[in-house]
Write a protein that binds this ligand. Structure first.
Ligand code: GTP
Ligand code: MG
Length: 280
């Protein structure tokens, strides 16, 4: 396209290229979900359908963006890990964040009735987003551990809090009862007062959700009694411990460099429309 006298305005655009060779994490977080969850009657402290809807939105992001290798979600937030070799949009933060946020938000609205057939969506759920680069696998794992520890601490507190309120305490009384208590004290309270073993609470509430492409053996054919298998990746949603080494050792391919395979290719996109050359 020919240069125009207006071309100089491009000089006002700031460079927001994310550091090369680092893990990019894009975290989306529901905007004012305290209100959104009240308006739509979410169960307290955890609404299973709301969490399952979040997981479906994360799957939609993972399906669409081949550079996303791992997702972790809790409450109204989801973190998306992009491989360190990602060159999508030349790693421009604004483009990557807006892509993930819009995909996630649009999916939330599109899939709402699937999870809340009886509840009309009163207004669009919106999400903010941020991108942070982590220079090493170990710091990336610390980031994910931080989110999962947060999930655990909040869930334990909220479970106690709403049980106390449900048993007749005011919210202020429940807050006072729990102020400064350790995890052990909260576990004992749940067990002794409400006969709840914290470890029996569904793992999706205690651990949050992970979404990734799981490599699984798949039988291709049986030839002369011999079973021929090949590795195929399937998108799965699980509720595993991602703080300790076990998960990462068993699934080392997730963060391995150059692990891109056929199943991880995004669907081909239509070519970018060309602007008519008559425009300035
Ligand atoms: P901003 O993110 O700053 O816009 O505020 P926010 O209101 O979304 O609060 P924040 O992200 O810190 O916390 C999420 C809030 O969403 C929680 O405090 C809850 O009020 C609500 N929430 C998320 N998941 C659930 C759920 O499963 N059940 C219920 N009842 N509420 C939920
Ligand atoms: Mg929020």
């Amino acid at each position: 396209m020919a240069n125009s006298k207006y071309e100089y305005v491009k000089g006002f655009e700031q460079n927001d290229t994310l550091l090369p060779q680092t893990w990019i994490v894009i975290r989306v977080d529901g905007r004012a979900f305290t209100r959104f969850s009240q308006v739509h009657g979410f169960e307290k402290p955890n609404d299973m359908q709301a969490l399952l809807l979040m997981n479906e939105c994360a799957k939609a992001v993972l399906e669409d963006i081949s550079d996303v290798v791992f997702c972790y979600g809790v409450s109204d937030e989801y973190s998306f890990v992009l491989r360190r070799t990602c060159t999508l949009y030349q790693r421009r933060a604004s483009k990557l964040i807006s892509l993930v946020v819009s995909l996630f938000s649009a999916s939330y609205a599109m899939k709402w009735t699937q999870f809340f057939p009886e509840t009309e969506l009163q207004y669009a759920a919106t999400f903010d987003g941020r991108a942070v680069c982590y220079p090493s696998e170990s710091i990336l794992r610390d980031y994910l551990s931080w989110r999962q520890v947060d999930c655990h601490i909040n869930n334990q507190y909220n479970t106690c809090f709403w049980k106390l309120v449900g048993s007749g305490m005011s919210t202020a009384e429940a807050q006072n009862t729990l102020k400064g208590t350790t995890a052990d004290v909260k576990n004992n309270l749940l067990f002794e007062k409400f006969n709840i073993n914290y470890n029996n609470i569904p793992p999706i509430f205690r651990k949050g959700s992970i979404v990734y492409r799981k490599q699984m053996d798949e039988v291709v054919k049986v030839e002369k009694g011999e079973v021929i298998k090949r590795l195929r990746a399937h998108i799965v949603v699980e509720h595993e411990d991602i703080i300790h080494d076990g998960f990462w050792t068993a699934h080392s391919y997730i963060l391995a460099v150059g692990s891109k395979n056929k199943q991880q290719q995004a669907l081909p996109r239509p070519a970018k429309p060309q602007l008519p050359s008559s425009l300035p």
